[in-house]
Design a protein around this ligand. Structure first.
Ligand code: SF4
Length: 120
């Protein structure tokens, strides 16, 4: 859906590790560039440069996610803790507020993913 090959590859790598129940590792939670951004062609020097509003949009997504989960930006947490916390604290309809402005929201796949995570 318009993503570059390198970005899709990086996202697959990240998602595979997160879904692997045998693997646990530290994750640094950030408001700003993350590992996925490292493979994005729109990554600028200091800001997301997808379009004029991109940086504000992604910073809003990051901040609302961090606030909703009660995390600290810059904090390091185990993957297993973050997955369990998400299952406990995020309901599918919370994404309407947390993910406001994301073009994926209307497809419903993320709400389905949260519902499925909460069902175990
Ligand atoms: S709608 Fe999905 S892709 Fe968009 S910010 Fe939320 S979880 Fe991420």
């Amino acid at each position: 859906m318009g993503y570059s090959e390198s970005f899709v590859e990086k996202m697959n790598e990240i998602v595979t590790d997160i879904r692997d129940g045998e693997k646990d590792f530290d994750i640094r939670v950030v408001a700003g560039f993350d590992e996925a951004c490292s493979a994005c062609p729109h990554k600028g020097e200091t800001l997301c440069s997808g379009n004029v509003k991109s940086n504000d949009k992604v910073m809003g997504l990051d901040r609302r996610t961090i606030d909703h989960l009660g995390l600290k930006a810059g904090g390091v947490y185990k993957k297993s803790y973050l997955v369990a916390l998400t299952a406990e604290k995020v309901e599918p309809d919370d994404l309407d507020q947390i993910c406001a402005g994301c073009s994926w929201l209307e497809y419903g796949v993320c709400k389905e993913g949260i519902a499925s995570l909460r069902e175990g």
